[in-house]
Structures are given as C-alpha cells and as structure tokens.
Design a protein around this ligand. Structure first.
Ligand code: FAD
Length: 417
C-alpha cells in the first residue's frame, strides 16, 4: 500500500534500523532526532553478534571485512597477571561510530531531521500526530519511539514505568594501541581478556581506533570495569566539580576529577598489571550507571517503543544494538504494507515483549554477583555460581541463551563443533 507514513522519534541505532526496514516495504519514513548536531559514539566498543550482521545483510550492507577487529579467543587473568584459563571464541569487535556510519551509508539524508525534540503525541482511529518542542508537528499512520533509555515516547505511553539502578557502575574507556608495551600488544591486545576480583568484573578487548581505523597499531583497547556502587556513592559520582548533581547519568567531560582519581587509585592498588596498564593509557575514563528496565507494554494504538526505550539490558551480553535492530525488523514485518497498524503493533508487542523480558532476566543473572553483600546464603551461592570464571567467559557478550544455549556460528567455527 503506497503512501503510508511513519514517524520515527530518535535517530540513533534503533531509529535508523527502523527507518531502513520500513522503507524496504515502501513506507514514507521521517526520523526526528532531538540532538542538534550529528550523533557520535560515546567512545565505547561494541562486540558484534551474527544476529547483528544478519540485520546489516538484510539491509544490503553485508560488511564483514570492514566491520571491525577480529578476536579469536578469551583469556582469564589472575591478580598477579597470569593467564589461568582460555576459551576459543571468534567474534568481531567494532565501534558505535563504525556501525552508525555503515547504517548511514544506506539511509537517505533528506529523511533525517536534527534538532527535533519530541514532546507528546495524540492519536485517533485513523492517524497519529507527534508534537515537537519547536512547535512543529508531524502526522502519520505509525509512530516508532526509538528515543532511548529516558524515552519521552514511553513517558507518554506508560508514564508510571521507571528504570531501577542495579547497584553497580561500569567504568569504561578506550586506550590507544600504540601506547601499550610490546608485551601487552603481543600477549593481550588481540584477546578478549577478563579479570574477576570478588564482586567485580573487568573486561578488555580490541576495537576500531579513532576515525574507525582498523590497522594494527592504530586500534583501541576497550575496557569495562564493573564495580558495586551504593546509591549514596552514585550520587557523589553524578556530582560534577561545580557541585551540580546530575540525574541518572553524567556527560563524561563533567565527571569530577576526584571521582576519576579515586578510580585510578583503586585500579593501581587492586588490578593485575595488564589492566593497570590499560587504565593508565585511557585519557578520559567515564562511567555508566547500570540500570534495569522492562516496559509494561511496547505498543498503544499506533505508537510503539523499541530498543532502549522499551528494555534496558545490562551490558553483559552487548545486546543493545542487536535488540534495537530486531525490534525494528519485527515492527516492519508485522505492519507490512500498513493495512492494520493497530493490530500489527499488538502482534509486535506480543512477540517482542517476552524477548525483551528474557534479555533483562538473563543479564540480571550474569550481573548477580557484582555486589559486596548478599541478603541470604541462597543469594550468595546463586551469585557465586555465576562468578565461576569459565562460566563468565563463556556467557559474556554472546547471545547463545536466545537459541537455548546452542553455540552460534562463530563458536562452531572455532571449536569445529
Ligand atoms: C550518541 C550515542 C552514542 C552511543 N555510543 C555507544 C557506544 O559507543 N557503545 C555502546 O555500546 N552503546 C552506545 N550507545 C548506546 C546504544 O546505541 C544503544 O544502547 C542501543 O543501540 C539502543 O539504541 P536506541 O536507538 O534504542 O537508543 P539510543 O542509542 O539511546 O538513542 C536514542 C536517541 O533518541 C534521541 N532522543 C531522546 N529523546 C528524544 C526526544 N524527546 N525527541 C527526539 N529524539 C530523542 C537521543 O538523542 C538518541 O539519539 C550510544 C547511543 C548514542 C545516542
């Protein structure tokens, strides 16, 4: 059916995937992004999954060789810096910028508007109208809320639902390959490395370098260090050097110098040499407070939410982009030519909500041991079972749980299974 119009709110991964999938079916799509300047990555690497490459291939962008940095194995490092376990696992690690660039190569420029902050919508049996902060509006047959973790579309759809702090933060950052010692570059750089102090987890893996550079010597090493953090500590972390307390998260350049100095000091005192070296090289570390969120519904009438707007999944499986892409694919599949948008979104909600909930439950288990105190002996033994190093190495940054634990193509390629 020609002429069906979709309004996409949010022009990050979820919004762009959604626009691309809908356009394939002939929809007239416009993306409305709040930011007034083009989006750029927050300086964190992204481990890719076969499911993500499938989504790129669906959209005519089968980018294997230029997608990112290949990793062949995972290693576990003890407190003294000795490697005590290995696990073969082939994966490609990339950067947010590289992925976004790939998607934008196939997205027409004239359907994307910057500086459009969505405020509210109203709908009736025939159409839906989005209103923006600048006083303009857009009317269509379908509204996709891909406006992330603090979604305003969700605020209109289900105002009562709020993300919950998980009790820990992930310190993140990228270290330039060229600045590592020759020993690090020989033994560690190409691996996905783990160190698992009690109640904590630190991982590191290669990623594309500045300007999406994939050449050896020009890449980055991405680290994420999960540390238990009380609500009171989090408030201190969110307070900048002028004394202003930010809510939910703080822009990296505003993180207080004393909070960063404290993290660096703990790193020097507690981490093995390889991770100490990486943290010293990172010029601007930043932290991400970890939250859980499950939307009570993903669709109301002609409006729906996808990606981080609908479910916030702790980063342990690296699923944010894949989940947003799969939500986007599912919307397009259900709405098809747009004959019955309201019924299609009901079917979309019925399909994707249990999957979002399964993601949240799975990563909650993976992060269950990142804490200092346990409410009961049963909780402690459950958490410790999830802290077992080989289990952590096998389960982190993979989506095998979605296929019932069956290895995905990458694992089979390495193990020969
Ligand atoms: C600029 C940027 C950089 C990122 N970098 C990384 C990274 O390096 N590594 C990583 O793992 N993940 C990164 N992420 C997060 C990752 O993209 C998401 O977790 C995941 O892809 C799900 O994406 P999403 O599209 O659902 O939500 P998001 O990526 O959070 O995008 C939401 C978009 O909606 C826009 N928006 C919010 N409110 C409104 C509104 N009222 N009106 C209009 N637009 C609105 C936001 O500006 C944003 O562009 C980044 C996200 C962004 C926005």
């Amino acid at each position: 059916m020609a002429g069906r119009k979709a309004i996409v709110v949010g022009g990050s991964m979820g919004g762009v995937f959604s626009a691309l999938y809908l356009r394939r079916l002939g929809w007239d799509v416009r993306i409305f992004e709040r930011s007034s300047v083009p989006l750029v990555g927050r300086g964190a690497g992204i481990v890719t999954h076969p499911e993500l490459r499938q989504a790129l291939a669906d959209l005519g962008r089968a980018a294997e060789s230029d997608l990112g940095v290949p990793i062949e194995k995972r290693i576990a490092i003890d407190a003294q810096g000795e490697v005590f376990a290995e696990h073969p696992r082939r994966q490609i690690s990339t950067s947010w910028n590289r992925l976004f660039e790939i998607l934008n190569e196939v997205l027409p420029k004239d359907i994307y508007e910057l500086g459009k902050e969505f405020v509210s919508f109203e709908q009736d049996a025939h159409s839906i109208t989005a209103r923006f902060a600048d006083g303009t509006s857009a009317t269509g047959d379908l509204l996709v809320g891909a406006d992330g973790f603090r979604s305003q579309v969700r605020g209109v759809l289900t105002p009562e639902a709020k993300p919950v702090f998980a009790g820990y933060v992930g310190w993140r950052g990228l270290a330039d390959e060229a600045r590592f010692t020759p020993e690090f570059r020989r033994d560690v750089f190409d691996t996905f490395a783990f160190h698992l102090p009690p109640g904590e987890q630190i991982i590191g893996y290669p990623a594309a370098g500045p300007g999406n550079d994939l050449r050896p010597g020009h890449r980055s090493w991405n680290i994420v260090w999960y540390r238990p953090t009380t609500a009171e500590q989090l408030r201190r972390f969110l307070t900048d050097d002028t004394g202003h307390e930010h809510s939910v998260s703080i822009p990296p350049p505003l993180i207080s110098r004393s909070v960063i100095a404290e993290m660096r000091d703990i790193a020097e005192r507690t981490l093995p040499p390889q991770f100490r070296e990486a943290i010293r090289i990172i010029d601007q570390p930043f932290f991400q407070p970890i939250y859980d969120f499950e939307a009570p519904t993903m669709a109301v009438g002609r409006a729906c939410i996808i990606g981080d707007a609908a479910f916030v999944v702790r980063p342990h499986v690296g699923a944010g982009v894949v989940k947003a892409a799969q939500d986007a694919e599912a919307i397009a599949r259900h709405v098809g030519g747009g004959e019955d948008v309201i019924g299609a979104l009901r079917a979309f909600d019925a399909e994707r909500r249990p999957i979002g909930a399964a993601f949240v439950a799975h990563v909650r288990r993976l992060g269950s041991y990142i804490k200092r105190e346990f409410a009961s002996e049963a909780e402690r033994s459950y958490a410790l079972a999830n802290a077992e190093p080989m289990r952590v190495m096998v389960e982190t940054a993979v989506l095998d749980f979605m296929t019932g634990g069956e290895p995905t193509e990458e694992k089979r390629a390495v193990s020969g299974a």
